[in-house]
Ligand binder design. Structure first.
Ligand code: UD1
Length: 432
C-alpha cells in the first residue's frame, strides 16, 4: 500500500486549482440512469470513487465514454453516460462494500424500471450509517421493500407515486435518492426537511436540465412534479467545497497564503467565518478565495458540525488539526456522525493536546509544536487532517493507507508540492 511522506515546516504559498466535487459527481453519475439518452458530465474529478461508480454503472449496462478535457485551463475528465437499456438491476455487495454511495442507483433504477436489488451498506469507520430514511420514503411512494440475505429488494407496480414526505432527519443521501426517484414518479412529491447541501442543488440542476420539474432548489422544501420521460443533458460538476476547505486549512496551518482557484465562497460561508474569527485574512471573490495567514497569530474557536449551511462534518478533522496551532482552547462538537474522532489518537502520537468527551466533543488546546510520526487514519477526511499536522510537524511524518486520500483528493501531492510542501508518495515496494 502506498504511503505519503511529508517533511514539515514549509510555509505554503501559491495557487491551487479546486476540482469538481466528488460528492456531487457520484449522484450525478447515477442520475444518468434515469434516461436512455446521453448525460455528459464535465469537470469530473479523477478519483478512485468515481472509477468505482463508473465500474458499477458499466455492470448495470451503461456505456461510458471518457474524454480528457480542460476546465479553465486545468485538466479534468469529461464522461458521457448512456444507459440505453439496463442489463442488470443489481448493485452487488462487492461494490457497495467498497463505496457506500453505490446506494444512489436505488432511486433511479426503481423510478425507471420499477425494481432494484441493492446490497445493504454496513456501518463504516465513522458510524452506523443506516438507510432507513431512504427506504421509508420509497415505501411512502408505493415501493415494496424487503430486506433479505443482506440485500434490499425494492419493487413497485407501475410508477412510483408522488406524495408528501417529511424526512425525520436531515440526510444528504436520502434527499438525493428520493429526488432521483420523484422526478419520474406519477404526480407531485413534496420533500420537507430536505438537506440543502450545494451538491443537492447541483443534482437538481442537472435533473431540471434533463426535463425534470423541481422547485425550491437550495431550500429545505423541494417540490417535484413527476414527468414520464427524461432526456439527455450536459452539466459541469460544481467545485469541491471540502477540497477547497481542506487546502484553506493547509494555508492557515502553515501560516502561508494560498489562492483557491475555482472555489465558491457561498459554499463555505461557515468554515471561512471560523478562519476569520481565528485571525486569518480571507478574501472572497466570485470564483476564488484567498487565504492569507502570513504572520498571523491564531486564536482557538469553538466549532459544531451541522447540516449545510452549518459547519460541515467533512471539514471537522481538518479544523481540529488547525486548532492545535492556535492559542488557547477550542471545543469541537460533532453532531452528524457518532464516531468521528478517529484521527485524535493519531494526532496524540504527534504531540497533540486533545481530550475527547464521549463521542460528541473534543477540547483541543494549542501546543508549541507537533512532531512527525508514522500515522494512519480510518477515513478520507481524517487522513487529510494527518497530512495537515505533518505539514507543520517537526521532522518526518508518514501517512499510511493512502487509498483513503485517493478516494477524495485529486492529485494531492502534486497540488501541495506546487505551493511548496515537501511531500512525496512512496509507492508500495519502493521502500522497506
Ligand atoms: C454525505 C456525504 C458525506 C458527508 C455526509 C454529511 C456523500 C457521498 N457523502 O453522506 O461525505 O459526511 O453527507 O454531510 O455525499 N441517517 C440515518 N438514516 C438514513 C440516512 C442517514 O439515520 O437513512 C443519518 C446518518 O447515520 C448520519 C446523518 O443521518 O448520522 C447524516 O447522514 P447523511 O446526510 O445521509 O450522510 P451521507 O449521505 O451518507
Amino acid at each position: 500500500m502506498d504511503k505519503i511522506k511529508i517533511r514539515g515546516g514549509k510555509v505554503l504559498e501559491g495557487k491551487i486549482h479546486i476540482s469538481g466535487a466528488k460528492n456531487a459527481a457520484l449522484p450525478l453519475i447515477c442520475a444518468s440512469l434515469l434516461t436512455d439518452e446521453t448525460v455528459t458530465l464535465t469537470n469530473m474529478p479523477m478519483l478512485s470513487d468515481i472509477k468505482a461508480m463508473n465500474l458499477l454503472l458499466t455492470q448495470l449496462g451503461t456505456q461510458i465514454d471518457e474524454f480528457d478535457d480542460f476546465i479553465d485551463g486545468h485538466p479534468a475528465k469529461t464522461y458521457a453516460y448512456r444507459t440505453k437499456e439496463a442489463v442488470s438491476l443489481i448493485a452487488p455487495y462487492d461494490y457497495v462494500r467498497k463505496m457506500r454511495a453505490s446506494y444512489y442507483v436505488l432511486g433511479p433504477l426503481l423510478a425507471r424500471y420499477g425494481k432494484c436489488e441493492l446490497s445493504l451498506p454496513g456501518g463504516c469507520a465513522i458510524g452506523a450509517r443506516p438507510m432507513d430514511i431512504h427506504l421509508s420514503s420509497l415505501e411512502q411512494m408505493g415501493a415494496k421493500i424487503e430486506i433479505k440475505n443482506g440485500y434490499i429488494f425494492a419493487d413497485v407496480k407501475g410508477r412510483l407515486k408522488g406524495t408528501h414526505i417529511i424526512f425525520p432527519g436531515v440526510s444528504v443521501g436520502a434527499t438525493c435518492n428520493i429526488l432521483m426517484a420523484a422526478v419520474l414518479a406519477e404526480g407531485r412529491t413534496v420533500l420537507e426537511n430536505a438537506a440543502k447541501e450545494p451538491e443537492i442543488g447541483d443534482l437538481a440542476n442537472l435533473l431540471n436540465a434533463m426535463g425534470a420539474k423541481i422547485e425550491g432548489i437550495g431550500t429545505s422544501v423541494l417540490t417535484i412534479d413527476g414527468v414520464e420521460k427524461l432526456h439527455g443533458a450536459k452539466h459541469k460538476v460544481i467545485a469541491d467545497r471540502i477540497e477547497a476547505g481542506s487546502y484553506a486549512v493547509a494555508a492557515a496551518i502553515t501560516r502561508g497564503k494560498i489562492e483557491l482557484i475555482n472555489a465558491l465562497p457561498w459554499t463555505l460561508k461557515r468554515p471561512l467565518q471560523v478562519l476569520k474569527d481565528m485571525g486569518v485574512r480571507v478574501t472572497e471573490n466570485e470564483n476564488s478565495i484567498v487565504i492569507d495567514a502570513k504572520g498571523c497569530t491564531l486564536t482557538g474557536q469553538d466549532i459544531m458540525t451541522e447540516p449545510f449551511p452549518g459547519f460541515p462534518t467533512d471539514l471537522q478533522a481538518q479544523f481540529l488539526a488547525l486548532m492545535l496551532t492556535a492559542e488557547g482552547a477550542s471545543m469541537v462538537t460533532e453532531t452528524i456522525f457518532e464516531n468521528r474522532f478517529m484521527h485524535v489518537p493519531e494526532l496524540l502520537r504527534m504531540g497533540a493536546n486533545i481530550n475527547v468527551h464521549g463521542h460528541a466533543s473534543a477540547i483541543v488546546r494549542g501546543v508549541k509544536k507537533l512532531s512527525g510520526a508514522p500515522v494512519m487514519a480510518t477515513d478520507l477526511r481524517a487522513s487529510f487532517a494527518l497530512i495537515l499536522a505533518g505539514l507543520v510537524a517537526e521532522g518526518e511524518t508518514t501517512v499510511n493507507r493512502v487509498y483513503h486520500l485517493d478516494r477524495g483528493y485529486e492529485k494531492l501531492e502534486e497540488k501541495l508540492k506546487s505551493v511548496g510542501a515537501d511531500i512525496e508518495r512512496i509507492k508500495e515496494g519502493d521502500e522497506e
